[in-house]
Design a protein around this ligand. Structure first.
Ligand code: MN
Length: 261
């Protein structure tokens, strides 16, 4: 087998620490905030439960293990195309069938943390993406595009993270036009720091929940509840986000990692 110089250099950079690994995942456990849907819209996903099988005791004297109860769309997680009705017919649209090369890709990070701090209903527009491209260069085909809002800093409190009142949730996200624009760039997926890939106000958009509707309609992916996007450059990092190989899975918690220069 021949060696590849790029891969050998990459391995050396990992060992020397000149390429860092940044953890983009939130802790996953019973305290993990989960999406809340009003009952008239649909059924809800449960909170994570950890059930002990043994803990070096009569149930297993030399070992500890647990079994888990959790939704596919819990914590830092991956949305597969079949998650949405618009993507339901893709044969390679389930977590076990997505081509694995799509789990490793370059990443563009659009920092709108100031705007989101000033306005929790902040929406990313096409003009704002074009502004970012004028500063950092065009978004390239095959990239992930992530919206940095610093919303992950609220992740420890379900109330602050979901940020709902009687009018519904208030959290930042993309306009439908922004997602349409990103799809013209042939991106691999769209990711956010909020509980889902869409804005809190996305149920009232056209189409409703455009990050889900349009990305999955085009056999593209989503990442939700990402953390530490403030540790990533605008361009130049590589994202690794592989869902569990659930048979016919619509999504999965992931340990999302970024390789950062
Ligand atoms: Mn999801």
């Amino acid at each position: 087998m021949s060696t590849n110089k790029a891969l050998a250099d990459f391995a050396a950079a990992l060992v020397s620490g000149s390429i860092k690994v940044v953890d983009l995942s939130a802790p996953l456990g019973p305290e993990t905030p989960v999406l809340y849907l009003p009952p008239e819209i649909g059924k809800n996903t449960p909170s994570v439960k950890v059930h002990e099988i043994s803990h070096y005791d009569n149930n297993g004297p030399f070992w500890a293990w647990n079994w888990l109860e959790l939704g596919e769309h819990t914590g830092t997680h991956f949305d597969a195309p079949v998650h949405w009705i618009t993507g339901k017919d893709y044969k390679d649209g389930t977590t076990d069938r997505i081509p694995p090369k799509n789990f490793v890709a370059p990443v563009c990070v659009i920092d709108r943390s100031k705007e989101s701090a000033a306005n929790p209903d902040y929406l990313l527009t096409v003009d704002s993406i074009k502004q970012w491209e004028s500063e950092h260069g065009a978004i390239e085909a095959g990239s992930w595009v992530l919206l940095r809002t610093d919303w992950y800093k609220r992740n420890g409190s379900a109330q602050a993270f979901l940020n709902a009142d009687e009018k519904g949730p208030h959290s930042p996200g993309p306009t439908a036009e922004a997602i349409e624009y990103l799809l013209t760039k042939n991106i691999v997926g769209w990711g956010s720091e909020t509980v889902g890939t869409d804005a809190g106000s996305a149920g009232g958009m056209n189409p409703p929940f455009p990050a889900h509707n349009l990305m999955h309609k085009n056999n593209r992916y989503g990442l939700a509840s990402l953390c530490h996007l403030d540790q990533l450059p605008a361009k130049g990092a590589v994202l690794i986000a592989a869902p569990l190989k659930f048979v016919n899975g619509t999504g999965s918690p992931v340990r999302a990692l970024a390789l950062v220069p």
